[in-house]
Design a protein. Sequence first.
Length: 132
Amino acid sequence: MILSRTTQYAIQALIYIATQQSGEPVLNRSIADYLGVPPSYLAKIMQILCRGHLLYSFRGRQGGFCLREGAEKTDLMRVVSLIEGPDLTETCVLGLKVCEDLNPCPLHHQWNPIKQKVVKILREQTLERLAA
């Protein structure tokens, strides 16, 4: 379970917003410049985060993105699930369609404890903690 570049950008963008003045919208272009990401690509990521109720989006001259109330308490697993999809932790590391305890792939028993540890780490890390 390696995080995609899109997920990495989503996490970095949220951390950047969390470090800015609370309640002040942050422009997509400012975030994109800071991260070195094309603004149009970042805008798509930000839309996903808005639909996932982590951000408010404001249009117009004073527009931009703000964390929703309580979003600083959001754990990274929620962000990863929003971007990667809910079955990220359920899929086989080798991409096999059938992989479970009763019918495992060759790596299942070695990978499963690692995967559970990664999920635990992501659940323990919040945007607030990372922004500090």
